[in-house]
Design a protein around this ligand. Structure first.
Ligand code: FDA
Length: 389
């Protein structure tokens, strides 16, 4: 069988590319259903883009690579598409846009676009091998127990990264990239909870606070959640993408409270109040109890000296923590690193060395923050390749 364009992977990027690649396009995936990560994303409502999408919301070895695709297919283009399909949406927080209804509406929208473009989708199809004779790609597939070889002028690889192997993630895109002489940068889990030795935070599992977390010069002001195995919540997921094994993070548990002034003022006006009672006005009581021993929350406000207040404030606003690791690809929302952008054309996502070979979406070394930025990269890089073929 011969097609003009064969796309591997019917996730966010592959579906979007198929909708733009023209009628002679075949999209294949080993999964039973297309867009499975879209379906489970955003708590089932899909945080499909971010109104404030900007170049600074992305990590990668080349800080400029993603600019071209994101400029030519923006968050506003995707919002227009969603609205054209009559899908109601809302901003939750920080520009994050979610469906009012279900994430499956986004999958249905992409399927409708794909069908309108005349592209075909084969599910439950295994990819057995890829070769190239200088002019055409040959891809050996296994479908319904039969072997089929599809030849194509263009091959778009959209099989994603390594996150959540249970959902069908494989390293196929990296293998194909290496096979064709591309470099794959080190990969690691991103947007992932931290773990700590000895279930350190198990006693306060479920406690959430507003926080500011800093690591390697980057900081995020969002919620932090203590869990049985460590730390989670948006601020933690965000900073995990900037953290490397063995490093410390600095946690400010009171990013919007001037605790020093409060304690100095109340030392005069409310000296007989206990320190823990006062702290429980600013932090969850279970957290104050948990920290009381290690941070020495003893005595009444009237007993506090200036140096003691300074030490207390330092402890609560620059709490140094060393995660033992992360939950890994099992729960990571994304894969950091990936196919080296140095050998891809940023306008088309095509290989600079193999004519007709494209890599898009999470497989590429471009990773967004939490908040709809990763889907926006999937849409934008897919449109770039889909229009180029
Ligand atoms: P994606 O992983 O979507 O698709 C890859 C496809 O390739 C899959 O269909 C897979 O079955 C197929 N495939 C893989 N290996 C194969 C093989 N060997 N043979 C055949 N097929 C193969 N982002 C965001 O912006 N907003 C959000 O709300 C969320 N929420 C979220 C929640 C959770 C739980 C996760 C895990 C991730 C998110 N994300 C997110 C991230 C987002 O899901 C991710 O960035 C995109 O899905 C990446 O799109 P891709 O198409 O590149 O890969």
């Amino acid at each position: 069988m011969k097609v003009k364009t064969l796309i591997l992977g019917a996730g966010a990027a592959g579906l979007m590319a198929a909708a733009h690649a023209g009628p002679d396009t075949l999209l294949v995936d080993h999964a039973k259903a297309p867009g499975e990560k879209i379906r489970i994303s955003g708590g089932g409502r899909c945080n499909f883009t971010n109104m404030h999408c900007d170049f600074d919301n992305y990590l990668g070895a080349n800080p400029h690579f993603h600019k071209s695709a994101l400029t030519r297919y923006t968050q506003w283009d995707f919002i227009e598409l969603v609205s054209k399909h009559g899908i109601a949406w809302h901003e939750k927080t920080l520009g994050q846009l979610f469906c009012d209804g279900k994430a499956t509406q986004i999958v249905a929208m992409l399927m409708a676009e794909l069908e309108q473009a005349g592209a075909k989708l084969w599910l439950k199809t295994n990819i057995k091998g890829v070769s190239h004779n200088g002019a055409e790609f040959s891809v050996r597939l296994e479908r319904e127990g039969k072997s089929i070889t599809v030849t194509a002028n263009n091959l778009i690889v959209a099989t994603g990264g390594k996150s959540i192997p249970k959902m069908g993630a494989t390293g196929l895109a990296y293998d194909i990239a290496r096979q064709f002489g591309h470099t794959v940068t080190d990969t690691r889990p991103g947007l992932v909870p931290f773990t700590f030795d000895k279930d350190r935070f198990a006693p306060i599992s479920g406690v959430a606070v507003d926080s500011r977390i800093t690591c390697n010069g980057t900081r995020f002001d969002e919620a932090l959640l203590f869990t049985h195995r460590g730390l989670s919540g948006p601020a933690v997921l965000q900073i995990s993408s900037y953290w490397h094994e063995g490093q410390e993070i600095a946690v400010n548990l009171l990013p919007t409270t001037d605790l020093e002034s409060i304690l100095k003022g109340k030392r005069r006006s409310d000296g007989r109040k206990s320190l823990t009672t006062e702290l429980a006005h600013h932090l969850p009581a279970r957290l104050v109890d948990h920290l009381a021993q290690s941070m020495d929350f003893k005595g009444n406000l009237g007993d506090l000296s200036d140096p003691r207040i300074a030490v207390l404030c330092e402890g609560l606003t620059a709490w140094q923590l060393k995660p033992s690791g992360t939950e890994g690809y099992r729960t990571a929302e994304v894969t950091l690193g990936g196919i080296d952008t140095g050998s891809l054309n940023s306008k088309t996502m095509m290989s600079k060395t193999v004519q007709g070979l494209y890599f898009i979406g999470e497989a590429v070394d471009v990773t967004g923050w939490l908040g709809g930025f990763n889907f926006q990269w999937a849409w934008s890089s897919a449109v770039a390749a889909g229009q180029a073929v």
